[in-house]
Design a protein around this ligand. Structure first.
Ligand code: NAD
Ligand code: ZN
Length: 260
């Protein structure tokens, strides 16, 4: 295992990716840190103001949907002021170039990968849902939603246009299963990928954190990009220690990618 971004480690990682027929990329909050989106566990992390169990559980929503919506509306506001960074952008471009031989699964709910892809049609598996989607608590209908939310009273919260039920953020809360339409294809990719590239995740939240280990169990390789050690570092063939916004362009950028 090589830590630090030396020219050799970078070159080796680039060759591994170039030669890999199938690649899964798994991203976490760290890839959005340079866009100004706080991570949960880092300094200034989003959990600081509220205990997670106070806001990110189905029980909390049943007890006080107004408070929960207030927290999510606040996160939406932060994120709408942020833009995709060089890491999101180069990844979107690289996925296009790989034409179906690579897949991106993210634990992020910030929608920045989709904004970077800008309708190019690259598949993005949002394992933990999205801050910009809602689901009806009655009929379970899901839809995109980025309108401002009036969180002054329980009565002013958004309602389902089909049945009038209370809408909730379509994100995965503690104790809830991951959406199978994202998790199942992510597992299939993990089980058939030659390489899983892990970017900006502390890899503490399961089952997403287990995906790279599925690749490794079948003889595949884990590559990691993270300025700090993570719980996957000791399983990674190469751990490139640096911020995603700098390391990913060097790792996946077109010039380097084509070796010119
Ligand atoms: P985490 O907060 O647990 O870990 C963040 C990781 O990113 C750390 O390992 C850290 O060292 C690394 N990191 C920090 N700056 C980086 C940079 N510039 N480049 C690369 N890596 C960097 O996040 P997680 O592992 O994704 O797990 C947290 C859970 O939090 C997930 O369920 C996710 O849904 C949620 N979350 C999402 C967002 C988001 O959508 N942006 C933000 C916070 C939390
Ligand atoms: Zn409904």
């Amino acid at each position: 295992m090589t830590a630090r971004v030396t020219g050799d480690a970078l070159q080796e990682a680039r060759e591994i990716l170039l030669l890999a027929p199938r690649v899964l990329v798994l991203t976490g909050a760290g890839i959005s840190a340079e866009s100004g989106v706080p991570t949960f566990r880092g300094p200034g992390g989003l959990w600081k103001e509220h205990r997670p169990e106070a806001v990110a559980t189905p029980e909390a929503f049943r007890r006080d949907p107004r408070l929960v919506w207030e927290w999510y509306a606040w996160r939406r506001e932060i994120i709408l002021r942020c833009s995709p960074n060089a890491g999101h952008r180069v990844l979107a471009q690289w996925l296009l170039e790989r034409e179906g031989t690579a897949c991106l699964a993210t634990q992020n709910v910030d929608g920045l990968h989709a904004r970077a892809a800008n309708g190019t049609g690259s598949p993005i598996l949002e394992l933990h849902g999205s801050l910009f989607r809602v689901r009806c608590t009655e009929c379970r209908r899901e839809a995109p939603h980025s309108d401002p939310v009036d969180t002054r009273t329980r009565e002013s919260l958004p309602r389902c246009p089909a049945c009038g039920g209370l809408l909730r953020p379509a994100v995965v809360w503690f104790g809830e299963p991951l959406p199978t339409d994202a998790l199942d294809p992510a597992y299939r990719w993990a089980a058939t990928a030659d390489v899983t590239l892990v970017v900006g995740t502390s890899a503490l939240v399961h089952p997403a954190a287990a995906l790279p280990l599925v690749t490794r169990q079948r003889g595949g390789t884990i590559l990691e990009v993270n300025p700090e050690r993570s719980s996957l570092t000791s399983y990674a063939r190469i751990s490139l220690r640096g911020p995603a916004g700098e390391v990913l362009p060097a790792l996946l950028g077109m010039r380097e990618h084509r070796g010119v």
